[in-house]
Design a protein around this ligand. Structure first.
Ligand code: SF4
Length: 351
C-alpha cells in the first residue's frame, strides 16, 4: 500500500479512493474568472485543483484564490524558488515542482523547509520533455531515465527529512508513460499522480488518457489522476470520471450503455442518447446506476434487462425495463423524458 498524504482534506494513497484533479486555464491574476472555473470544476466532480503562479504579480490574487477556493489548491511552480516560497506562505495545500528546472539543491532545500513547516506535500513532477540535462545523453530508455531522475530527487528530499511526497512521471507518449509508472511503482511507496501529459484535443486526449491512465489503474497503480486536454478543463473531469467508472474505481454515477445503431434502428437513437446524456449531465446519484438505451428489439431487451433502467425501441414504441422487469411502453418522442424521471426516482440523488 502507498503512503498516505493529504492535499487539504483530500487523502491520497493509503486506503483513499483515487481522486480527480484538474488545472485552471484562466489567468491567475483574474480572481473572479479563476474562482468561477474552480467552482465549475468542483460541480463537475473535480476534487483537487492546480493553479499556476507564473510571475510575481500573480501572488496577491493567488492568495485570495487559495482563501476562497471551494477545492484544495496545489500550486504549480516552474523555475522560481521565490514564487514557491511565497505560494506556500499564501496557505496553499500542496505544491508541484519540477526539480529539474528549480535550480540548485540549495534552492530546492528552501522549498522543503517551507513545505515542512506548513506540513504540505510536494509533488515531484518529472516530464519526459523536461528531463534534467545530465540524463539527456545517458544510456537507457526515456522511462528508465525519468525514474532515475525522480529517484535522485526522492533521495534528496528524504536526506533532508522530507517525506510528504507524491510523484508523477508524465510523457505525451502513452507507452513511455505506462513504462515509467510501472517502474516507479516497484521502487517506492509514495503515492503516484497519473497522467498522460499534453495528450491533445478532447478526442485524442480522451483516448490516450483512457489507455494510459486506465491500464495503470487496472494494474492497481495510481492514487490520483489528471486528464490533460486541449479543451475546457470541465471536459477533463468528464473523461476522468468515466475512466474511474470503467475501471471499477468509482461506485457512483451513471454508466451509459447504448448500441452503435444499425439498419434495424427505427428511431434517431443518437439524438435520443445525447438528449439523455444532456439531461443527466448534472445528476449525481448516490450510487452507480447502469442505464441502457438500445435501438431495436433484437439485442435491446437483453441489455435493457441487464441494466438498472433500460429502454429498447421497436418500430413504434420504447419498452422501458427496471431491474429486468418490463415496466411500460412509451412513444419515442417522450421516451427520454420518462426514462429520466424513472432514473431519478430509482437513484434517489440530488439534481
Ligand atoms: Fe442494431 Fe439492435 Fe444492435 Fe442496436 S441493438 S446495433 S439496433 S441490432
Amino acid at each position: 500500500m502507498k503512503k498516505e498524504i493529504f492535499i487539504g482534506n483530500v487523502g491520497i494513497g493509503g486506503n483513499h479512493p483515487v481522486s480527480i484533479q484538474s488545472m485552471t486555464s484562466t489567468d491567475t491574476r483574474d480572481i473572479t474568472a479563476t474562482l468561477n472555473q474552480i467552482t465549475a470544476l468542483k460541480d463537475a466532480g473535480c476534487e483537487i485543483i492546480r493553479v499556476a503562479v507564473p510571475a510575481k504579480d500573480a501572488l496577491v490574487p493567488f492568495k485570495t484564490i487559495v482563501e476562497k477556493s471551494p477545492l484544495p489548491v496545489v500550486v504549480d511552480i516552474h523555475f522560481d524558488v521565490y514564487l514557491a516560497i511565497k505560494s506556500i506562505e499564501a496557505g496553499v495545500h500542496g505544491i508541484r515542482i519540477n526539480p529539474g528546472n528549480i535550480g540548485s539543491n540549495k534552492k530546492v532545500k528552501e522549498i522543503l523547509i517551507a513545505a515542512n513547516e506548513r506540513k504540505i506535500p510536494i509533488r515531484i513532477g518529472v516530464n519526459a520533455g523536461s528531463l534534467e540535462k545530465k540524463y539527456w545523453n545517458a544510456p537507457g530508455s526515456t522511462a528508465g531515465k525519468m525514474v532515475a531522475s525522480v529517484m535522485d530527487k526522492v533521495r534528496f528530499f528524504e536526506d533532508n527529512q522530507f517525506f510528504n511526497i507524491k510523484i508523477s512521471l508524465k510523457s505525451s507518449d502513452v507507452i513511455q508513460t505506462v513504462q515509467a509508472y510501472r517502474l516507479i511503482d516497484k521502487k517506492c511507496d509514495y503515492p503516484l499522480h497519473l497522467g498522460v501529459t499534453e495528450a491533445g484535443t478532447f478526442f485524442s486526449g480522451a483516448i490516450k488518457s483512457a489507455i494510459g491512465i486506465g491500464s495503470l489503474l487496472l494494474e492497481g497503480i495510481g492514487s490520483t489522476i489528471r486528464v490533460s486536454l486541449t479543451d475546457d478543463p470541465v471536459q477533463e473531469i468528464k473523461v476522468a470520471k468515466e475512466i474511474l467508472q470503467v475501471t471499477g474505481l468509482r461506485k457512483t454515477g451513471i454508466e451509459m450503455i447504448s448500441c452503435p445503431t444499425c439498419s434495424r434502428t427505427s428511431v434517431d437513437l443518437i439524438a435520443l442518447v445525447k438528449e439523455a446524456e444532456r439531461e443527466l449531465a448534472h445528476f449525481k446519484p448516490g450510487r452507480k446506476i447502469v442505464v441502457a438505451i438500445m435501438g431495436c428489439e433484437v439485442n435491446g431487451p437483453g441489455e435493457a434487462k441487464e441494466a438498472d433502467i433500460g429502454i429498447a425501441f421497436s418500430q413504434k414504441y420504447g419498452y422501458i425495463f427496471k431491474k429486468g422487469e418490463m415496466l411500460e411502453k412509451v412513444e419515442p418522442n417522450r421516451s427520454i423524458t420518462r426514462l429520466i424521471e424513472l432514473i431519478k426516482d430509482f437513484a434517489g440523488g440530488e439534481t
